[in-house]
Design a binder for this molecule. Structure first.
Ligand SMILES: [Zn+2]
Length: 265
C-alpha cells in the first residue's frame, strides 16, 4: 500500500513536469513568423549570413545593387534621375513590433508618392537604429523608411533623424511604441493619428538611386529617395526606440558603379 501511494505520487510529479515543460516551450513555438527563418542583426543569423538562411534570400549575398549605401554629394549628379512628388496627409497608423523593427501600418490610400510618372501608395513606415544610409560621411541615430508600393515596384522615402528638439509631430507614435513582440503581426494598441506630411523635413532635396530592400529577401529594383535634410528628435524620443531595438541596421553595401542623383521635389 505504501509503495502504491509512492508510485501514484511519482506519476503525478511526472505529469506536472510534462505540463510545465509544455507551457515553458509555448512562447518559442507560438510566434507568428510562420516558416520565415529568424534572420537577425547579430549572432549566427546576422546580415553576413542572411543569404545562407533561405534560397529566397540569395540576393542578400550576391545582389549587385543592394542597399543601404554611402551617399556622397560630391559623387551625385543633378537632375538625372526620376522626378518625384510626395503627397502625404494626416491619418491613423497602427503600430506593430514585428521582431525586427516597429512598423506603422497606414491604411489610408490617399498617401502617395509619384516617381517617374508612376503613383505609389504608402503602405507603412518603420525605424532603423542607427541610420542605414550614410550621407556625406555621417551616420545618424535613426532612419525612417516610408515604404510606397504600386503593386509591382517599391519606392522608399528615407528620412534621417538627428538629435535635437522634441518632435511633436511624431510624439504620438513615439509615445506608443510596442516594446514586445511578435506575439501577433496585428497591432494590439489602438491606432494613433499622425500628420505624415509634417513628419518630413521642409526641404525635399534628396539622393535618388536604385537599390534593394535592406531586409531579407533584399529584393532589388527599389527606388530610393533619401531626403538630405534630417528631421529632429529629442534624446528621450530616440531612446524610446533604441531601448527596444538598440541596433537594427544593415551594413553599407557596395555601390558597384551605380549612379546617385540629387533631386529636389
Ligand atoms: Zn527599412
Amino acid at each position: 500500500m505504501h509503495s502504491t501511494k509512492r508510485h501514484v505520487a511519482g506519476l503525478t510529479a511526472l505529469a506536472v513536469t510534462v505540463v510545465s515543460a509544455g507551457v515553458l516551450a509555448l512562447p518559442l513555438s507560438s510566434d507568428n513568423w510562420g516558416s520565415q527563418p529568424h534572420w537577425a542583426y547579430a549572432g549566427n543569423h546576422d546580415p553576413a549570413h542572411w543569404s545562407d538562411m533561405d534560397p529566397k534570400f540569395t540576393a542578400c549575398g550576391n545582389g549587385q545593387a543592394q542597399s543601404p549605401i554611402d551617399l556622397e554629394s560630391r559623387d551625385a549628379k543633378t537632375g538625372k534621375a526620376g522626378e518625384f512628388h510626395i503627397d502625404y496627409e494626416k491619418g491613423a497608423v497602427s503600430l506593430v513590433n514585428n521582431g525586427h523593427t516597429i512598423q506603422a501600418n497606414v491604411s489610408d490610400a490617399k498617401d502617395t508618392v509619384v516617381f517617374d510618372g508612376d503613383t505609389y501608395h504608402l503602405a507603412q513606415f518603420h525605424f532603423h537604429a542607427p541610420s542605414e544610409h550614410v550621407t556625406d560621411g555621417k551616420r545618424f541615430p535613426l532612419e525612417l523608411h516610408f515604404v510606397n508600393e504600386d503593386g509591382r515596384k517599391v519606392a522608399v522615402i528615407g528620412v534621417l533623424v538627428k538629435l535635437g528638439e522634441k518632435n511633436e509631430t511624431l510624439a504620438p507614435v513615439l509615445n506608443s511604441l510596442p516594446a514586445t513582440g511578435p506575439v501577433s503581426l496585428k497591432s494590439t494598441k489602438p491606432p494613433v493619428t499622425v500628420d505624415l506630411a509634417s513628419v518630413l523635413p521642409h526641404d525635399h532635396k534628396a539622393f535618388v538611386y536604385t537599390g534593394s530592400l535592406t531586409t531579407p529577401p533584399c529584393t532589388e529594383g527599389v527606388h530610393w529617395i533619401v531626403l538630405s535634410e534630417p528631421i529632429q528628435m529629442s534624446k528621450d524620443q530616440i531612446e524610446s526606440f533604441t531601448h527596444i531595438f538598440p541596433d537594427n541596421h544593415r551594413p553599407l553595401q557596395k555601390i558597384n558603379g551605380r549612379e546617385i542623383d540629387n533631386e529636389s521635389e
